[in-house]
Design a protein around this ligand. Structure first.
Ligand code: MF3
Ligand code: CO
Ligand code: CO
Length: 283
């Protein structure tokens, strides 16, 4: 059975209960998520051939400092950096290092900034110079699948509606959905209940209610869905070394649908990619 709770001011752990947030919390989340969105906007001009993922980390650290925020990822469960940078066949949790990006790479940059204790969690794909058609198509399919998932968010609906929308579309495009990672409740805690699976069946799972806040962050592969974790304990890669892409938004469920907190104020949600509007999706 699902338990729903009025959100507490300072939760200390994920108890499995689903928190329902008030207007003040939504306002706090807007501020954190817009800081994250502006940071991701700023990275559009940074990512190019020759730049290292450490330089991306440096940018995020400096952005956070200048905007009176902190990154949630630094030291999170021992994670060593302030951002995740996942290149090509890396599915997620790639750790910044001193290797330069090269023309044709696609890199996911995942930023979580904290403002007044609220977490704004979002990621985008950044093409490095000119990229191949297959890479472009994968990014397009992945963003569209995220938007179709978002379009399925409404009170009275079920979490399974989101996964079903994502899975049906991604698989119809001959891509696969990673099962090992999911979206999550977010707020004063970085990762909270409920889990948001990116596959599933309509009508299954937790019922959505106004006041819920969570991320949707599908990881979509050109090849098979299976992943493995490298020896650093973090970096997840596709087992078949096929390309993988991911976009992530944080949103709140409203009386009529949802409010996406992490949209780019500058319209840069899909940098370097021209994704046509998704039918039925909130924009
Ligand atoms: N930002 C990731 C997410 O979307 C989590 C990164 S945790 C880290 O949930 F430790 F790898 F940074
Ligand atoms: Co997340
Ligand atoms: Co994230």
């Amino acid at each position: 059975m699902t338990t729903y709770l009025e959100a507490e001011a300072n939760p200390s752990r994920n108890t499995g209960a689903i928190r329902l947030y008030d207007d003040a919390a939504f306002e706090g989340m807007r501020r954190a998520c817009q800081a994250t969105a502006r940071c991701l906007d700023g990275l559009v001009d940074i990512v190019k051939p020759g730049v290292t993922t450490q330089e991306i980390d440096d940018f995020v650290v400096e952005f956070a400092r200048q905007n009176d925020t902190v990154s949630a990822t630094l030291n999170y469960r021992g994670y060593p950096k302030s951002v995740c940078t996942s290149i090509n066949h890396v599915v997620c949790h790639g750790i910044p290092n001193d290797k330069p990006l090269k023309e044709g790479d696609i890199v996911n940059i995942d930023v979580t900034l904290v403002v007044d204790g609220w977490h704004g969690d979002s990621s985008r794909m950044y093409p490095v110079g000119r990229i191949k058609r297959a890479a472009e198509r994968l990014c397009d399919v992945t963003y569209r699948s995220l938007m179709l998932g978002i379009a399925a968010v409404k009170p009275g609906g079920h979490i399974g509606d989101i996964g079903a929308a994502i899975q049906e579309y991604a698989e119809s495009e001959r891509c696969s959905v990673v099962r090992d990672f999911c979206g999550h409740g977010v707020g004063k805690l970085f990762h909270d209940a409920p889990n948001i699976l990116h596959y599933g069946r309509r009508g299954e799972g937790v019922e959505m209610r106004p006041g819920m806040i969570f991320t949707i962050e599908p990881m979509i592969n050109l090849g098979r869905p299976h992943v493995k974790i490298l020896n650093d304990g973090w970096t997840a890669v596709t087992r078949d070394r096929s390309l993988s892409a991911q976009y992530e938004h944080t949103l709140g469920v409203t009386e009529t649908g949802c409010e996406v907190f992490t949209f780019s104020p500058r319209g840069l949600d899909t940098p370097g990619l021209d994704v046509s509007p998704v039918a039925g999706a909130a924009e």
